[in-house]
Design a protein around this ligand. Structure first.
Ligand code: MOS
Length: 781
């Protein structure tokens, strides 16, 4: 089979190199003074001092600036593009569009414009034409001066109406992208056995991708060699797509992405702007920098798709779940970008339940394409399931933590053969989280209990499972040890801001007994570093770290063999102790690594490390439980999160500092989903995006998240998962956050907020409806 270079997940069927035995290496569950300790990032100084060169900082001599003209309509046919005025404007060097004469285009890429510029624009923000000019402002002015004649077409911008009989067809063949269904057991029988059956409709609004560093690249040609500096989660993924689109050999496309100012899934894929930049650079014979303005990233660079979910659930009085039935409708916008927009993992797998049926439908609408967004699909499903579990607990008079503990599975219920989890810390997350949060006491004092006037307090919690725990091969890493005891680590993976480089340096440091400061890391460059899959799926540490450890172990084994010869002892008798090699039987015999003749003669000892496969007939998944306390002002509808605690079982903690920063970041993003963020499309009249800037699109700020955020790692080193014992963390930590907030709000004011975001507008309506006993109304927009 061919390798899917854009896949972030384990690729079946690849030949997997044998992972050598760990030799003298400590077992992953052993404590050392390196792994697991809080360690500042190896590139902290560069990052905070501004000396780190992000792709958006790249400046090259003679560099031009690109700008893209985007379709202003949600659905339109491009009837004519006139670039003549734009082409004559000051500083303009090139204009390309769908009608660019073939003779004007670079020699070999004439048909690329067909793929780049669709004659039909299916969302507001589709690429229509592009310009290169000497300054960014000249490029923008010229792009605006391209005259386009559009035939505006009817649109549908609300997925709830995409399948209406009068909805315009977005692609020929209808607006259904696909339907995924799953079933086990007998759902009807399960509901019949239940003491309580509840059914509820839930909705989550679309969230927009908004990393600090905008999406973009710099493209430069040297003869027929193309170099792209790209803000990306995976340089090899970009290389593969660019080479394929331009008809170039992979060897002639180099992609470099040393720093990334945030990706969150939106930079897993290659975008059109990279191709546009390459074409403009080719046409002008100058390097071209093309970074999108924030408005364009809001329109075209991905979102967490909206969800419309119905969940029916049955439970016995003792808390045993008997049946779950889940349907969801979502949309990846006008173009599917990475499978179904929603997933049902939480419903299928989080709690023991013999009878489950799910159906997820994905439809097209005239809106920007969804992209992966931190734990794609999972927080949506969690919003439904975890509020439902809370409601079931309430209905049978059980504590929500106790009801969850009653239904903790030891194996995956939905995967073929029901493979057991390598480790499952769900129980520990629930128990330890409740203990550390002071759940029982807080719960008793919450709600009406200690409410003062119109400020009501409540506590809530939610739990989750993340569907992957460690990627797999391919992963190749080279470690070189120099004769002075410093080392070089070479790997292709990107550090997307999570601290990957630091963790890898710690793995080498632990194995070779050297200080992380003595390690130089080369990464994320297709010309000079090893192949790696994109950094995503919370798999970067569990995928790359075992290969790093393997490479370091190989270096160590060579060093030990040389030392044995020079010290005239058997290799089994030697032990690697930091900067020295010591004999076990003759403690007086010691040798400094830097004094080993073999190393000094060679200059360098090198290890090429690979990652072995994940265990067979087992499944590797991280778990999480979160607890929070909120205050609701029943007069103003304002909701304040007072404190938040996250317990995460992600295997072995590699770096406590970067671990905690993932937890804080995940909670913050989850608070955005819960309380402030929503894409607003003017679905009724224009179909256009209403909130397309950081003023109108409400990202949570430091004022919106609690100062009191606690990270409680459940340290269960996963010896079966891989040779470092680590599972993923970045995505698991965002999954249950919004649901935990909603459950706390219910505990405070007795109102089930089934639709995000829990903002004052919505809370005021719901509070008013509750007071006047009117039927609950959706916030109208
Ligand atoms: Mo992630 S959404 O796999 O970067």
């Amino acid at each position: 089979m061919t390798q899917d270079h854009t896949s972030i997940y384990y690729t079946e069927g690849l030949p997997v190199p044998e992972t050598p035995p760990p030799g003298e290496a400590p077992q992953p569950w052993e404590k050392t003074d390196v792994i697991g300790k809080p360690r500042p990032r190896v590139d902290a100084y560069e990052r905070v001092s501004g000396t780190a060169v992000y792709p958006s900082d790249v400046l090259l001599p003679g560099m031009l600036y690109g700008a893209i003209l985007r379709c202003p309509h949600p659905h339109a046919r491009v009837k004519g593009v006139d670039t003549s005025r734009a082409g004559k404007m000051p500083g303009v060097r090139a204009v390309i569009g769908p009608k660019t004469p073939a003779a004007d285009l670079p020699w070999s890429f004439q048909d690329v414009t067909i793929k780049l510029f669709n004659p039909i624009c299916r969302f507001e923000g589709e690429t229509v034409a592009a310009v290169a000019a000497e300054t960014p402002c000249q490029a923008w002015d010229a792009a605006r001066a391209v005259a386009v004649e559009y035939e505006v077409l009817p649109f549908v911008a609300d997925e709830r109406h995409a399948l209406d009989s009068d909805a315009p067809e977005i692609h020929s063949g209808g607006n259904t992208v696909k339907k995924d269904s799953y079933a086990r057991g007998e759902v009807d029988k399960g509901f019949a056995e239940a003491d309580v059956v509840l059914e509820q409709h839930y909705r989550t609004e679309a969230e927009l991708q908004t990393p600090i560093e905008l999406h973009g690249c710099v493209a430069r040609w040297d003869g027929d060699l193309l170099t792209i500096w790209e803000s990306t989660q995976g340089v090899y993924a970009v290389q593969s797509k660019v080479a394929d689109t331009l008809g170039l050999p992979l060897s002639k496309v180099r992609v470099i992405g040393h720093y990334v100012g945030g990706g969150f899934g939106s930079k897993l894929r290659t975008s059109r702007y990279s191709i546009v930049a390459a074409l403009l650079a080719r046409k002008t014979a100058c390097p071209v920098k093309l970074f999108l303005p924030r408005e364009a990233t809001f329109l075209a660079m991905g979102n967490r798709p909206p969800s419309n979910m119905t969940l029916k659930a049955g439970v016995k009085k003792d808390g045993t779940l008997t049946a779950l039935e889940f349907t969801c409708l979502g949309t990846g916008g006008a173009y599917p970008a990475g499978g179904t927009s929603l997933v049902d993992t939480q419903v299928r797998d989080l709690y023991l339940c013999p009878n489950v049926r799910t159906e997820c439908t994905d439809v097209y609408i005239n809106a920007g394409p969804a992209r992966p967004f931190r734990a794609p699909g999972h927080p949506q499903c969690s919003w439904a399931l975890e509020q439902m579990i809370d409601a079931l607990a309430d209905a049978v008079g059980m504590d929500p933590v106790a009801l969850r503990l009653k239904n903790v599975p030891a194996y995956s219920q939905s995967r073929n053969g029901n493979p057991p989890y390598t480790t499952t810390g769900l129980k520990q997350c629930l128990e330890e989280g409740a203990r550390r949060f002071g759940w029982d006491e807080a719960r008793q004092g919450a709600g009406g209990g200690n409410a003062k006037g119109h400020i009501k307090r409540g506590v809530g919690m939610a739990a989750s499972v993340w569907f992957v725990g460690g990627g797999g091969p391919p992963s190749t890493v080279v470690v070189k040890l120099f004769s002075d005891g410093s080392a070089n680590l070479n790997m292709g993976a990107s550090d997307i801001g999570t601290g990957t480089k630091t963790v890898m340096a710690m793995v080498v440091a632990e194995e070779l007994g050297i200080k992380p400061e003595m390690i130089k890391i080369e990464h994320a460059d297709t010309d000079t570093t090893q192949y790696a899959t994109p950094s995503g799926g919370s798999k970067t540490v569990p995928t790359e770290a075992p290969a790093v450890r393997d490479a370091a172990v190989q270096v160590k084994q060579q060093i030990l063999a040389m030392a044995a010869e020079e010290m005239n002892v058997s290799v089994d008798d030697l032990v690697y102790e930091g900067e020295e090699i010591a004999s076990r039987s003759r403690p007086d015999r010691r040798k400094r690594v830097s004094e080993i003749d073999g190393l000094n003669k060679r200059g360098v000892v090198m290890g090429v490390g690979h990652r072995g496969p994940n265990p067979e007939n087992k499944t590797v998944n991280p778990f999480c439980a979160q607890f929070c306390e909120v205050e609701v002002n029943t007069k103003t509808g304002e909701m304040r999160i007072v404190r938040f605690l996250s317990t995460n079982e992600s295997g072995r903690v590699m770096n406590r500092l970067t671990f905690d920063s993932q937890v804080v970041g995940g909670i913050t993003m989850g608070v955005g989903m819960a309380a402030t963020e929503m894409r607003i499309l003017d679905a009724a009249q224009t179909g256009k995006l209403v909130n397309r800037n950081w003023h109108d699109y409400k990202l949570p700020t430091a004022m919106d998240v609690p100062a009191d955020m606690t990270s409680v790692p459940i340290e269960m080193p996963d010896a079966e998962a891989n040779t470092t014992g680590a599972k993923g963390l970045g995505e698991p930590v965002v999954i249950p956050t919004a649901a935990a907030v909603a459950n706390a709000v219910f505990n405070a004011v007795g109102i089930r907020v089934a639709e995000t975001p829990i903002n004052p507008l919505q809370l005021c309506r719901l509070l008013e409806a509750e007071q006047t006993k009117q039927p609950k109304r959706r916030v109208e927009r």
